[in-house]
Design a protein around this ligand. Sequence first.
Ligand SMILES: Cc1ncc(COP(=O)(O)O)c(C=O)c1O
Length: 438
Amino acid sequence: MQSERSMSRRRFIASTTALMAASQLRAAETATPALAIEGGAKTIKTKVPKLVRWGAPERERLNATIAQDTLFYWHGPQTTALIERVQKWVPAKWVMTCSSGTAAIHTAMIAAGIAPGDEVITTPITDIGSVIGVLYQQGVPVFADLGAHTYNLDPAAVERAITPKTKAILAVHLCGNPCRLNELKEIADAHKLILIEDACQAWGAKYDGKPIGTIGHMACFSLQSTKQVTCGDGGVICSNDERFGPRLQPSADKGSNRSNAKAALNVLATNYRMTEMQAAVASSQLDRLEGIASKRSQLGRLLSSELAGIPGIAPHELAPNDRCTHYIYFFRMDPKKLKCSRTQLVAALKAEGAEVSPGYIPELIHEMPMFQQHGFFAGRWPIKELGLTNIDYTKVKCPEANAILNTCVKVQLHEAMSEDYMREVAAAIRKVAIHYAV
Ligand SMILES: Cc1ncc(COP(=O)(O)O)c(C=O)c1O
């Protein structure tokens, strides 16, 4: 009796010990590794080499420029070389070099004939340089909502924003990700609108296999210092359209037509000329573009495929036939699926060694105080005072754009990074997201 009782006691202890061990094993299998922010090991171990963006080719061209007897753009050898290189990327008949992306877009607005009260539909998530030229022409930027994961204009929202005053669509290829250009072009053609591509962030990008900048009536590029290629500051405008192409040069050069002085533009245009020095650096940079564009595109695609299926994380949406050249890579977090704030998520990712930051611009463009107060010119807006527009930016609603800005996380991505490094970045995002998953 006694031995039977002690037998069952021994069996009881043995079986509970086995059960406890099994459950501990299961817990160990399912538990995520400790986050680096809580003292765990860092996920990212690969070092990113320093990004070297210019060197001997740029120096040689600059030296050659100093040896020239002109630094003026018109027929200058560096500008000519730059235009030839641009045309290899964007086969456009007319190309005008200028001083910035903002200048390129303003020039396009002048060439498009944007007049007081004309509406230009665009995105509320962009650089302010997208709309400065519209405002200087006394046009009215109209903001349409965006695709949830492309972060680009939603063609249906563009169509809804068209009014009898609409003159143009400014399609911003945000992050270097091409807009849905065929649909936008169809809408533009159906409503007799001018389609202008803001390709300032999209050097080297392709839409459905075609070079960016060839579907719109005009396309504008920036050579500002953070862009895929740069000369410090600079811009380029391209067009294949007989109506706008011949107007590009005068519209960036005080209205004067350098091919035919008698045919000067009878419009007010400012001096947006680019010098030979900028063109020298920019043309060397364009020789580097294929390597830069293909590497960025490859890394972005890899990251999007690695992030697919991670709870609470939505990767940058990239159309299969497009080439996004990732000026920026964004993913979005789903606050309903993660029990952390974006600040906590970013802090945890940084601790894992990822180069990430929350958000992009501080607020949607129409939410900037200048727009909310309709006070672009010393606190006033003549076209509103004259009744040429009744837009009220305090009432504009772009809910998806708002949600994007509040949930997006920017991941540093550039051509010096390796695929292995990008996989580690994805692993860090996976680890942190699983840890915080609801
Ligand atoms: C989408 C977009 N549009 C316009 C601009 C203006 O270009 P820039 O800074 O060369 O004037 C930028 C540059 O930041 C941009 O990213």
